[in-house]
Design a protein around this ligand. Structure first.
Ligand code: SR1
Ligand code: MG
Length: 411
């Protein structure tokens, strides 16, 4: 008989069925369960349970002791606690934008949550060139509610410091420090580059000392600026979507860091979708339509975030000095500067580093793939180096469009 109460072990599908029947108060007595492991992320095991009698379904997510992508990454299963706790907090701050959490088990390092199978992973949907007109509105509400409300602007400072303690996440932060801020910017063995892009990467990224210096500054800001409780990995693979609903999942990288980290991740991954559409949609009309949608969405994510952040500040700031004239503009300016920089870092790291994105990897034609990589890397570098001047949604889009037309002319 399986015992889930004494010692952790990594479950397989049949164990999860027993687990659900004996440890969860979710299914009916006469349940007829099937279970499938459906995870395609880099870290965890995700099981979908379905009761064929009632049609009820549930997700059980278990953390393994090492990452799925490579057992070089020994990651604390405590990330499952962090994920459960932050999902509950985000549910309060941004109701409707995260899955419901039903259960957390600190021995088996697993949690049970709402099944969102009527939604689709946003990256997959964007690669099929589906569009979601409500996304920018949804994700900016989620980000303002979670980032502004967990900051010292709104949260009482001793309470915030307790949250900083509770969401200290050293191992997952180390992954980000290495994979986002360090390895892509030198010829690191663990990088996973497309050979056709090697020369370009050498010349424009690895041999650029000015760029290296800026990434060093940004890495130290990431490690030391405990501004807001971040999702910490807010790319389009961490978002479930359907026409009228957006759900943010997988917050296991959560910790107190610079708020622009989340916003920049969203924008960079929209840029990947844009570039995918540019090179993979054959029909001119369809391509134009998709690209226009992506441009509009990138613009709106920045501009709506700015608008809602300023409005939310006026409505909810509790700290006296935060209301001094000029301070909220100063604060937002810093947040947007970080957003620009992180957009650039994410564009570079997903192209050079170990955790690539399908948007680029599915571009079959070698010349197109190299051209796509040149666009995102050039834009990425510009975002890092020129983070002091880029501020509006239109500024972001212009950088991408400029490199898209430049690279295509040269090709
Ligand atoms: C070892 S984990 C690699 C990447 O996958 C996660 O989703 C994060 O983005 C991380 O950087
Ligand atoms: Mg993830």
């Amino acid at each position: 008989m399986l015992d889930f109460t004494k010692e952790y072990f990594k479950m397989v599908e049949k164990d999860v069925i027993v687990y659900a029947k004996t440890r969860l108060d979710f299914f009916d007595e006469d349940v007829e369960l099937s279970c499938e492991e459906i995870g395609d992320g880099n870290l965890n095991y995700v099981f979908r349970l379905v009761d064929s009698k009632s049609g009820k379904s549930l997700i059980v997510k278990q953390a393994g002791p090492v990452a799925r992508i490579s057992d070089e990454f020994k990651v604390s299963p405590d990330r499952n606690r962090i994920e459960s706790e932050i999902l509950s907090l985000q549910h309060k701050l941004a109701p409707g934008f995260v899955p419901k959490m039903y259960h957390y088990d600190p021995i088996m390092n697993c949690c049970a949550m709402e099944d969102l199978s009527d939604h689709e992973i946003m990256r997959t949907a964007l690669i099929k060139h589906k569009t979601f007109p409500l996304f920018a509105d949804h994700i900016t509400t989620f980000m303002v509610n979670t980032l502004l409300h967990t900051s010292d602007v709104v949260t009482e400072h001793k309470e915030k410091k307790e949250l900083v303690k509770s969401f200290t996440n050293p191992e997952l932060c180390e992954i980000t420090e290495d994979l986002v801020y360090t390895e892509p910017f030198f010829d690191c063995e663990r990088n996973d580059i497309f050979e056709g892009s090697r020369e370009f990467i050498k010349e424009h990224i690895w041999n650029d000392e000015k760029l290296a210096l800026e990434t060093a500054k940004l890495k130290f800001e990431f490690m030391t600026h405990s501004q807001s409780l971040l999702h910490g990995d807010l790319h389009t693979g961490s978002i479930f979507i359907k026409e009228d609903s957006t759900k943010v999942i997988d917050p296991e990288f959560a910790f107190y860091g610079p708020a622009g980290y989340d916003v920049g991740n969203v924008v960079a991954n929209l840029i990947f979708a844009y570039v995918n559409g540019k090179f993979t949609i054959e029909d001119d009309g369809e391509r134009d339509k998709f690209l226009q949608y992506m441009e509009k969405t990138i613009r709106e994510v920045i501009d709506l975030f700015t608008e809602k952040f300023l409005y939310g500040w006026d409505e909810h700031a509790t700290e006296r000095v935060a209301t001094y004239p000029g301070f909220k503009e100063y604060y937002l300016d810093g947040l947007l500067r970080d957003t620009v920089a992180v957009t650039g870092l994410e564009l570079c790291r997903r192209t050079i580093g170990i955790a690539g994105v399908k948007d680029i990897q599915v571009i079959k034609n070698e010349k197109d793939r190299v051209a796509a990589e040149k666009i995102v890397l050039s834009a990425g570098k510009t975002f890092i180096l020129e983070r002091d001047t880029i501020r509006t949604g239109d500024d972001f889009v212009k950088v991408v469009l400029n490199y898209a037309s430049k690279v295509l002319k040269e090709a």
